[in-house]
Design a protein around this ligand. Structure first.
Ligand code: BES
Ligand code: MN
Ligand code: ZN
Length: 488
């Protein structure tokens, strides 16, 4: 898809040439700035009860006299802020899905701010990419790709540069999100650790990144006893993937992103119930978001160094699988009593965090579909954010707000650590059910002692269940914004 900006024609929106003109109307009444004939049309539609200025409402009109575009779409937004604008646009895009629209123009009217800025432009690109995304890799019968090819954002001339910047950023983020969705939607028999490593290699070749892929032997040599314990229950070979983007001086401390890459989580010997277990193919959503973010960053080329680390394996209950009560030695030297083999994410991440220290990072963010407890706590709206570093937490929260991909900060008080006591090792890998997302984070924190570290629990945000079952590509937008915010 191509994205452009265009100055709103002097003759008004009615003169815009496109297959469809989407007018996002912000506020609870038809905006007074809207010129005729659009203003009269909208006022009449409201008077007739065909449209309301309420979020979610969309009106599609065909071949309106005096309007050049053959389809005119009004979409209501609560206000002119990027968030409301984006959901109104998404509703409008859904309304024209399956039509022959190839060229679509978008305008924002009403609210306090009639002028779209770079955040609106970013929203246009991400919403459009979202609207046309269709998983098809293992579904040949999927509907053909939509015709949508060109998306034009209209705005005042003075905003053109900002809009172009926003579109470019949005397009890069959208590509990252799409890559993450494409990886995570693939079933577990396709998306294996080997597949993830192959994706990383292709990404490196296409975008000039450096890549290292470690196999079991190399991981054994490093002493990653916790990661190895998870991987020992399956015949599927593990991979430890390291991707590097260099946009600044070699010596510049990088941002390190660590993504949980469990390509299928059965729970191991502490096996999960059958219901919805298929969704555990999404347990590599953290890994997918690291690949997607590196793609977005490489496309944008900011002056910063970024390292992506992905420990990848399956969690299976094989004959050689790790057993409840087994004690393993992590790469850090700390021993772990594995009381529950289903708390495997923290076992692969703890060794990856120890490994991350070798890059002398400016900050380390791990991203993981780590706990069902986080879904209970936050639902599907916000990712869970854990960090003892207030400045890092603030940067990540701000990045989430800017990207419309939000996180919510959770506590890390010392008292929660008690839960991980073990009589047989330095720590247990689980605590009681209560506060499960927090004790998981406390476990990881023990391996991040000398790091500026944050943890994102994306168990509730990385995918959707039910009829819309599928990966979301979150939190690629948040992570990309974070990396951009740290560039010089
Ligand atoms: N991958 C799961 C977490 C998960 C579960 C994410 C359901 C989304 C939906 C993780 O490996 C896991 O199994 N966690 C356990 C931890 C428990 C054993 C302490 C959980 O959340 O039940
Ligand atoms: Mn698990
Ligand atoms: Zn898991």
């Amino acid at each position: 898809m191509n994205f452009h900006t265009q100055t709103t024609p002097a003759a008004g929106l009615a003169a815009v040439a496109a297959d469809a003109l989407v007018v996002v109307v912000a506020g609870d009444a038809p905006p007074p700035t809207l010129e005729s004939p659009l203003r009269d049309l909208l006022a009449d539609a409201v008077a007739q009860g065909d449209f309301e200025c309420k979020p979610g409402r969309v009106l599609v009109l065909h071949r309106v006299a005096g309007v050049k575009a053959p389809r005119l779409v009004f979409a209501a937004a609560a206000d002119a802020a990027p968030k409301a604008f984006k959901s109104a646009l998404a509703a409008a895009l859904a309304a024209v899905k399956g039509t022959g629209v190839q060229r679509l123009a978008v305008a924002l009217q009403g609210g306090d701010a009639d002028r779209p800025d770079d955040r609106h432009a970013e929203a246009v690109a991400t919403a459009a990419a979202d609207a046309v995304y269709q998983y098809r890799h293992t579904k040949p019968s999927a509907p053909p790709p939509p015709a949508l090819r060109d998306v034009v954002l209209l705005g005042p001339k003075a905003q053109a540069a900002a809009l172009r910047r926003g579109l470019e950023r949005g397009q890069a983020i959208a590509e990252g999100v799409t890559l993450a969705r494409e990886c995570a939607n693939r079933p577990g028999n396709h998306c294996t650790p080997t597949f993830l490593a192959e994706q990383a290699r292709q990404l490196a070749t296409a975008h000039g990144l450096k890549v290292d892929v470690l196999d079991r032997k190399a991981v054994e040599k490093l002493g990653m006893g916790a990661f190895l314990a998870v991987a020992q229950g399956t015949h599927e070979p593990l991979r430890f993937i390291v991707l590097r983007y260099q946009g600044a001086d070699k010596g510049d401390a990088p941002v390190v992103l660590v993504g949980k890459g469990i390509t299928f989580d059965t729970g191991g010997i502490s096996i999960k119930p059958a219901a919805e277990m298929d969704e555990m193919k999404f347990d590599m959503g953290g890994a997918a978001s690291v690949l997607g973010t590196l793609l977005a960053v490489a496309r944008l080329g900011p002056r910063i160094n970024v390292v992506g680390i992905v420990p990848a394996c399956e969690n299976m209950p094989g004959g050689r699988a790790v057993k409840p009560g087994d004690v393993v030695t992590s790469m850090s030297g700390q021993t772990i009593e594995i009381l529950n083999t289903d708390a495997e994410g923290r076992l692969i991440l703890c060794d990856a965090l120890t490994y991350a220290a070798r890059f002398k990072p400016a900050s380390v963010v791990d991203i993981a579909t780590l706990t069902g407890a986080c879904v209970i706590a936050l639902g599907h709206q916000h990712s869970g954010l854990f960090s003892a570093d207030d400045a890092l937490a603030a940067d990540l929260l701000a990045a989430g707000e800017a990207a419309l991909d939000t996180a919510w900060r959770m506590p890390l008080d010392a008292e929660y650590d008690e839960a991980l006591k073990s009589n047989f090792a330095d720590m247990a890998n689980v605590g009681p059910r209560a506060g499960g997302a927090i004790t998981a984070a406390k476990f990881l924190q023990r391996f991040a002692k000398d790091l500026r570290w944050a943890h994102l629990d994306i168990a509730g945000t990385a995918w959707k269940s039910g009829a819309a079952k599928g990966a979301t590509g979150r939190p690629v937008p948040l992570l990309t914004h974070y990396v951009l915010s740290q560039a010089r």
